[in-house]
Unconditional design. Sequence first.
Length: 439
Amino acid sequence: MDSLKNKFAEKALPAGTELKQLIKDHGNMQLGSYTLESVYAGMKGMIGLITETSLLDAEEGIRFRGYSIPELRQLLPKVPGGTEPMPEGIFYLMLIGEIPTYEDAHNISNNWARRSIVPKHVFDVLDALPKNTHPMTQFTTAIMALQTESVFAQAYRNGINKKDYWDPMYEDVMNMIARLPRVAAYIYRRTYKNNEHIEPDPKLDWAANYAHMLGFDNLIFYKLMRLYLTIHSDHEGGNVSAHTTHLVGSALSDPYLCFAAAMNGLAGPLHGLANQEVIRWVQHMREELGGGLPSKEQIAEFIKKTLAAGQVVPGYGHAVLRKTDPRFTAQQDFAKTYMPNDELVNIVWRVYEVAPPILEGTGKIKNPWPNVDAHSGALLVHFGLTESDYYTVMFGVSRALGVMASLLWDRALGLPIERPKSVTIDWLKKKISAATPSN
């Protein structure tokens, strides 16, 4: 058993016993009063999940095991000479609950490098798809093709004590995360670069190797990828991709099945696909306004025109957050350091200055502030990664870190199958009628 696996067992298995005792002693404690509106509105704010890896506060933003993004940019280990955290470090933090050393993160990097060989049949499956297949469809297809390698599925078939479910799950999680950059880069090179593929470089860390296989051997782009893959990794348990992982995993589906399902959720325009919609909206605005750097007044008019057409301003608003997304701010800080004069980046900044008061002035928008998607595309375009349909695949590679760490905790805690109660509209009508005094 490797050292990370040992540490996870030491942390997670006793926590499962503790949780069961908490439920036994305090299971009747009320967590809130839920209304019919709460049920109808997508259960927003209703506490119904245990997620150890991160917590989203409406005012403070995302915290990974209690640490904010600015804190993690300082505390998480970096490659020698690097300025941005290694994604391996945030995976360790989410799994173990402690800030890792560089050695801890480097060991994970080496572990993933050893596990990263992708079976040939996965590439054969991808090559059988039309090249114009959306990259996210290719990504989920490849993940399903990888499912033939599931250690958990085989262990369950052979018969395994439920207390040990987490063990083969761990092997699947580590194998899959290790292989995702290779699969994702293959999709990019197949779709946009004439099938001219680039072999992995085992000397590089996980994020830099992904950048290398994409074809962007630039030290600053390596830094961007480390930041990008870190800040997109998790967003507590209630968002679509994380919740889908919980839900599908609760049926004891293996990590490949869970992650493929999660990525189908991430591909939705109201979730991860928003990042490609942002850059398209910004580029459309620039073209319609005649090119160059639009004035704040021009941007304001275009935003009003967008809203008048019954459309949203992509990248603005969040189901939970009520302030600027700290992930947006981290990317803005990166851009100020490495590309302060980039025109597209400056448009993003001007939209940030102009959009919130306009959106707030409508009286219909609770959160007029930007989320993570409002900035990421402009950074990628700066380095020449202009194929916006691909952006959600990159998001998905990162999101694997959080949802897979969380899935391991689900199995270690022995969480049951998820089965919320649903009712019919007729049931609701009868309930309302029974509660309404007659005249």
